[in-house]
Design a protein around this ligand. Structure first.
Ligand code: NDP
Length: 408
């Protein structure tokens, strides 16, 4: 659960007259761009400390100049020379590589957005948490791979953790004022993705461009594919388990094709608190950016009369086995979530490169879990151990790829 707003509020009051110092890890991605869009609309309220990217040097340099960042870091070391050249004469520091990424996360700031995709986000996000910087967490993979370690660091540093995933942001808002023991369960919603009504035979031939064509949300490629397989919802169950300290049997998923209701919180007195907003990530990002206040977001408003109906259905785990696998892994614990996440990252990349078919994403994850009883058996207790399990699981998933390779 979130800490009380008091320490963060005091921090805000201390800086009441000064712009808030913010860092965006993963600035060149979908969440990073949306975050900077909101910051750009309120430029006098923020001072950008550091922006980081993975490989997209040109966009990183543009954003750093536009937002007058102090530091720009590209994770790929080979991008250093071009980043330095692009920032020449601007006074913005350029740096590259993993250590520089950690340094960006460590730079004193009031708020950091953790929006690097995948397990690559784990160390930089933890670095920000260890500093005690209020952390808006979009990167769900770091909670999936290292949830217990991550939450222990949050508790130790006393940092404020602000969920950005729309469902977890919604849950946070719907749970305000509810004692944990009075929460019977929470139910996160899934749009169902582009293949919600497809048969297994149709999905067997699904191409990357079809899977990337999400009906409601505009997101980066990895999370869009995860939404098409419903692995995203499985990762979110594990994320919710850690964020809200709820056991697996109090966590549920409903398919809701309109993506208006993001989460339902069931309380002991029979009340159900639902959170609604149009499907635009700037709304949950804004909640984390302005928290504990609210800020204006220039996006659509929910118009129930126009929508007419909101529909809900149970997820079909026979057609979307990734959700079943993620739930099994959540219940099993140990190293299983780390293995599942690593195998899924390998599988999604292989699908996007047209090396395996859509249905093979979940099959490869399942085969990797079965091939890794040693890694699955016990929970890694240090970040180094998590990264070792992650790396070993990636190797095994890569070795299994040929079993699922597409002909030709
Ligand atoms: P994108 O793929 O759009 O962006 C990812 C960002 O991470 C980019 O800045 C990318 O840099 C950077 N990056 C990639 N690899 C590395 C690496 N090895 N080291 C450092 N940086 C790296 O992803 P999204 O913005 O869609 O998602 C980010 C996270 O937020 C994910 O964990 C996702 O699950 C989560 N999320 C996203 C939502 C969305 O609407 N997009 C909704 C809810 C959660 P570059 O592009 O320069 O290579």
């Amino acid at each position: 659960m979130l800490q009380s707003p008091s320490s963060f509020t005091r921090e805000l009051e201390r800086h009441a007259s000064a712009p808030r110092r913010i860092t965006v890890l993963g600035a060149t991605g979908s969440i990073g761009e949306n975050t900077l869009d909101l910051i750009g609309r309120n430029a006098s309220a923020y001072q950008v400390v550091a922006l980081t990217g993975g490989r997209n040097v040109a966009r990183l340099a543009e954003l750093a100049i536009l937002h007058r960042a102090e530091l720009a870091v590209v994770a790929d070391p080979s991008g250093y020379a071009s980043l330095k050249a692009a920032l020449a004469g601007t006074g913005i520091e350029a740096a590259a590589g993993e250590e520089a990424l950690l340094e960006a996360a460590r730079r004193p700031a009031d708020w950091v957005m953790a929006a690097i995709v995948g397990a690559a986000g784990l160390r930089p996000t933890l670095e920000a948490v260890r500093q005690g910087t209020a952390t808006a967490i979009a990167n769900k993979e770091c909670l999936v791979t290292a949830g217990a370690i991550f939450m222990a660091e949050v508790a130790r540093s006393g940092t404020t953790l602000l969920p950005v995933d729309s469902e977890h942001s919604a849950a946070t808002q719907a749970m305000v004022g509810a004692k944990p023991e009075r929460i019977e369960r929470i139910c996160i919603t899934a749009s169902g993705g582009p293949f919600r009504a497809w048969t297994l035979a149709q999905m067997a031939d699904a191409r990357p461009e079809q899977a990337l064509n999400h009906p409601n949300w505009s997101m980066g490629p990895k999370v869009t594919i995860d939404s098409a397989t419903l692995m995203n919802k499985g990762l979110e169950l594990i994320e919710a388990h850690h964020l809200f300290a709820l056991p697996p049997d109090k966590l549920d998923v409903l398919v809701h094709p309109q993506s208006i209701v993001h989460c339902l919180v069931y309380l002991a007195d029979g009340s159900v608190i639902a959170h609604m907003s149009c499907p635009d990530m700037r709304t949950p990002i804004a909640y984390s950016l302005a928290w504990p206040e609210r800020m204006h977001v220039p996006n659509g408003r929910v118009d129930l009369a126009k929508l007419g109906a909101l529909t809900f259905e149970a997820p079909d785990v026979a057609r979307f086995p990734a959700l079943r696998l993620a739930r099994q892994v959540l219940e099993a614990g140990g190293g299983a979530p780390t293995v599942l996440n690593a195998a899924n990252e390998v599988a999604v990349e292989a699908f996007l490169r047209r090396r395996i078919g859509f249905l093979s994403i979940a099959s490869l994850v399942e085969a990797t879990l079965a091939a890794c009883p040693d890694l699955v058996a016990s929970a890694p207790t240090t970040v180094e151990a998590v990264l070792a399990v992650d790396s070993a699981a990636r190797n095994r998933a890569s070795a299994l790829l040929s079993r699922f390779a597409l002909a030709g």
